[in-house]
Design a protein around this ligand. Structure first.
Ligand SMILES: Cc1cc2nc3c(=O)[nH]c(=O)nc-3n(C[C@H](O)[C@H](O)[C@H](O)COP(=O)(O)OP(=O)(O)OC[C@H]3O[C@@H](n4cnc5c(N)ncnc54)[C@H](O)[C@@H]3O)c2cc1C
Length: 402
């Protein structure tokens, strides 16, 4: 590449869903954009690959609701641009003990944001879902229409294609090793393991589970973003019942609160199998992955057997897929300017803690606004600030280890 080819308005480091969505946003706004990825595009060694992610509007923290609602619109807009579907609509069910704090907070937030919802007792859950889901007598279900499934690898490919169509340069197999302030010209110099260097006015860092490593190299700042290996489990639906769990019918995306947080989606990507997985995993080094042995299955088997009424084989998962979370102690995202000598020239988007995919379109919009306007336009990012960790150095992780 000649010298001018190495100069950009913005360089985005990391081409998972967050970086790819941001590249689409910046390229669409006419910024000369470079998206750098350390592995092949669409690789399976980060967090954004696979066949399904849940989208839901019900959250225990009220500040995610507007982000999810904006994302629904942005998913549809991106689909209209690309001409194929990545979002599949479904109803959503949250469930747990009637006194579960998370469930109560989520009901409170549904009321606060006027999300049409129904709080259901056991017999009403059975009725609503045609006898496909059973909850104990002291549990409740919270039903709403705002669920659905996003196809992750297809969605990342969509954002990359749209970024490219809008003029972005995408370069894979390029590991960024450092980002330095350019004291002469302003802006930043991004260097790579291949010995290349690029200059840009602004830089966005969306490196998922590698965030702690790269930010430490760049600034010495130690962000508490813990990479964790986790597994998605698929279970075989017993013969004759397959159609009942298929997307497009009654069966919802779901989240089950309690000692373990269990989540799942209707059958879509693998007909005859249903995804039921547990939120949690094992801390890992993203460059030295154990690739297993995976999640503790006992509570998951019990959940499948108890809640799905024996219509799904709870003996062993039919299939497991490996993935990585990047967890913060409070499971809130990290969206902020890197600050220090970079001031507002470097923006970071990370710590998506196992629940960020659904919000990738709005994250791209916000990160692009931070690059262009120096602010997140309409979104208060204080809950996602780096300073929350500085003010709370004792922050401990509360997520379930498996
Ligand atoms: C099993 C599982 C289930 C999930 N379920 C849901 C769900 O149902 N709903 C939901 O909303 N979310 C869900 N999530 C979370 C969601 O998938 C993540 O929040 C999201 O994919 C994070 O994307 P990312 O772009 O931050 O990270 P990644 O996808 O990991 O992207 C980061 C990229 O940066 C690259 N990179 C790293 N370092 C460098 C470097 N130095 N130079 C160049 N490139 C670099 C990496 O190779 C990687 O491609 C789930 C996650 C997992 C693992």
């Amino acid at each position: 590449m000649e010298k001018s080819g190495r100069q950009f308005d913005v360089i985005i480091v990391g081409a998972g869903v967050m970086g790819s969505s941001t590249a689409y946003q910046t390229a669409q706004r006419g910024l000369k954009t470079l998206l750098l990825e350390q592995f092949d595009l669409l690789h399976h060694r980060g967090s954004s690959h696979g066949e399904s992610r849940t989208i839901r509007a019900t959250y225990t923290q009220h500040y995610y609701y507007p982000l999810v609602m904006e994302s629904y619109d942005l998913w549809l807009q991106a689909e209209a641009q690309i001409g194929y579907k990545v979002y599949f609509k479904a109803p959503h069910l949250d469930m747990g003990r009637e006194d579960d704090d998370n469930l109560l907070a989520l009901i409170h937030n549904s009321r606060r944001h006027s999300v049409p919802h129904q709080v259901l007792r056991r017999h009403q859950v059975a009725q609503k879902f045609s006898g496909l889901i059973d909850i104990p007598e002291d549990w409740i279900g919270v039903f709403n229409e705002l669920g659905g499934v996003i196809k992750p690898t297809k969605a990342v490919a969509m954002f990359q294609t749209l970024a490219y169509k809008n003029g972005a340069v995408l370069q894979d197999n390029t590991e960024v090793t450092n980002i330095k302030k350019d004291n002469v010209r302003g802006g930043v110099v991004v260097s790579t393991a291949n010995g290349e260097s690029f200059w840009s006015k602004k830089c966005v860092v969306t490196v998922g589970a590698w965030m702690k490593k790269l930010v430490k190299t760049v600034t010495r700042l130690e962000l508490p973003i813990q990479p964790m290996e986790t597994h998605v489990c698929y279970w075989r639906i017993k013969e004759g019942h397959e159609g009942k769990y298929a997307i497009g019918g009654d069966f919802p995306t779901f989240a089950s609160y309690g000692k373990v947080y269990v989540y799942g989606t209707p059958s879509l990507e693998y007909p005859g199998l249903i995804k039921v997985a547990v939120h949690g995993g094992n801390p890992c080094d993203p460059d030295k992955r154990p690739w297993g042995p995976g999640v503790a299955l006992d509570s998951l088997k019990e959940w499948v057997e108890g809640r799905l009424l024996g219509m799904v084989d709870s003996g062993e998962p039919a299939m497991k897929q490996c993935c990585m979370y990047s967890m913060t102690p409070d499971e809130d995202f990290v969206i902020d300017f890197l600050g220090e000598e970079f001031q507002k020239d470097v923006v970071i988007g990370g710590g998506f803690s196992g629940h960020g995919f659904k919000m990738a379109p709005v994250m791209g919009r916000i990160l692009a606004d931070m690059v262009v306007h120096g602010e997140a336009n309409g979104v208060d990012i204080k809950n996602f600030s780096i300073s929350r960790f500085k003010n709370n150095p004792q922050a401990t992780y509360s997520y379930p280890l498996c």
